[in-house]
Design a protein around this ligand. Structure first.
Ligand code: ZN
Length: 222
């Protein structure tokens, strides 16, 4: 099934499917768990629209390419153009939805790329690298700086965090990104992962959460 943005009822949101802008190391504890320094400015990278796949009812991970890690991330759907110097009000008005997605990462591949000083795309921008869930109306999250995000795998809590723990919060992050990459309607910003990243395996059952809302999915079997 091709990816389209869906609202919480599973209805198609009338926005094109654009690029995904991701931020690395936006939670200090996650930077530490991978032995990375906490950055002074956001580390940004892109996933193309071809990386997006529906989160539910199941998604696939690449086979034979080493460990594929889950990074569970609060994800922001953009509804209006944001470019250059933008105000907080413009940023808030441009948010069309808030959801949760997975920044799938081929960790073994990424470690080799990092060691060589090469870009990360092969590890993070492959087809299917961004399973994306449904988007809730921004009004569901009046406090963008206190959204809880979590992941259980096979009933075990793997990741939990809050946007309160972000090094760069959602509004400041969108302002920063708009000064570098124009955000277009239908683009998505993935805001970084809390600690607890680990490998996924075929058949794993996942429960992703934002505050008290939960969505189940699984890693497809071949
Ligand atoms: Zn990530």
């Amino acid at each position: 099934m091709p990816y389209q943005h869906l609202n919480e009822h599973g209805e198609i949101i009338a926005l094109p499917v654009g690029k995904v802008v991701c931020v690395g190391r936006n939670y200090a504890a996650h930077a530490r768990e991978l032995g990375n320094a906490v950055p002074e400015t956001p580390i940004l990278f892109l996933k193309p629209s071809t990386a997006l796949v529906p989160l539910q009812p199941a998604f696939a991970i690449p086979a034979g390419r080493g460990e594929c890690h889950h990074e569970t991330e609060i994800s922001v759907l953009i509804g209006r153009p944001l470019s250059g110097v933008v105000s907080e009000g413009e940023v808030r008005a441009a948010i069309a939805g808030i959801g949760v997605g997975l920044d799938l990462t081929l960790r073994d591949v990424q470690n080799v790329l990092k060691a060589k000083g090469h870009p990360w795309e092969i590890a993070k921008a492959f087809d299917g690298a961004a399973p994306m869930g449904r988007f809730l109306a921004p009004s569901c999250f009046p406090e963008l700086s206190a959204i809880r995000v979590g992941l259980q795998v096979n009933g075990e809590l793997r990741q939990h965090g809050s946007s309160a723990d972000m090094i760069t919060g959602i509004i400041d992050l969108l302002c920063h990104i708009a000064g570098i990459f124009t955000l277009c309607p239908g683009d998505i910003v993935m805001t970084g992962t809390p600690e607890g990243v680990a490998a996924l395996h075929e058949g794993d059952v996942l429960t992703l959460s934002l505050d008290d809302r939960r969505w189940m999915t699984q890693v497809a079997r071949d």
